[in-house]
Ligand binder design. Sequence first.
Ligand code: FES
Ligand SMILES: [Fe+2]
Length: 370
Amino acid sequence: MDSNPLSCDLDQRDGLTFSLDAKYYTDPEIFELEKEKIFFRNWQFIAHGSEIPNSGDYITRKIIDQEIIIVRGQDDEIRAFYNVCVHRAHTLVRGDGNCGRLMTCAYHAWSYNLDGTLRNAPNYKHVEGFDRAKVRLSNVRVEIFCGFIFVNLDREAKSLRDLTGDLDKQIAAFVPNHGDLRFLVEKRIEHDCGWKVSVENFNECYHCLVVHKALREKVLELDTYRTATEGIYIRHFCEGRAPDDSMYRFDPAQGQNMGAFFIWPNVAIVSYPGGIVSTRHFIPINGRQTIYSYRWYTDGRASDDDILDMAQKHYDTNGVEDAAVVHEVQKGLESRGYAQGPLMIDRGLTESSEHGVSHLQRLVLRALAS
Ligand code: FES
Ligand SMILES: [Fe+2]
């Protein structure tokens, strides 16, 4: 990090609000701080609860360099643990699957119940002082929010529900059956940029007129696009084009508008016209690489074929178009000729306003200063 201290608020000059200094996007030490103060302290999206329907179903996910197991217990409870054996630190399980009633380490075969308690450690009865009851996996907090699994590495963090007010009701207005979704497909796009470039891009539609021709002409009525910032979430709303005018196949009786709910720091739950649901997860790999993971779900209102068609078309248009611009932004942030630009926040907070970006950048500053 250079000798300039981190700011506590965005710079203001001549009535304008300026974007974060480029060092926030390029300095590896700032990414290390973000890891600790943002990703290890806030709620991280995993999947929908229906993706591990049976006892013993588990998935593993990485929160940057920390691997977590999420497993459904015999009591139907979803729990999460660090994916590390208590004995001598071998990774406990790999990938996704079903482990039956036990999670068994591949090194010395210690086995753990699905609630994280130790079931057996070979030879333990002959080891003086070894108390099997005292051994358990290191647990991670889990919260089910609108049917989706979130985890938080901070044991002191406030619950996601407490942090988001009536957000669950707002999501339910678009996705009434959010507890009953079925996963259909994931689309992943590599973003050659830091995670902030990706989430800032998601949270403004100033670029939509320029970058997203199909979105502009064949999906949304862009002049109705509105963004509202509210604590740790950002709500987006836009009227959809009528089915005859849209490149997607959907039933307008199931909803004709788009609602998107971004939850700090890196996920959004999105409902497209026709009541088609996807999550948008921006997964930081390191300070300059992010995976943009779209997960598409059905609640039965639309046919699987129509949703898969939308998932592919969305990938081919918006997905590819956004990946191109965020990469160019990251390259520009590395330029010695760039420092900070003015954010275009208009009086009416219209479709062209960047107030979602300033809100995010303030959340970053506040987190780094905490
Ligand atoms: S490290 Fe897991 S059983 Fe030894
Ligand atoms: Fe975009």
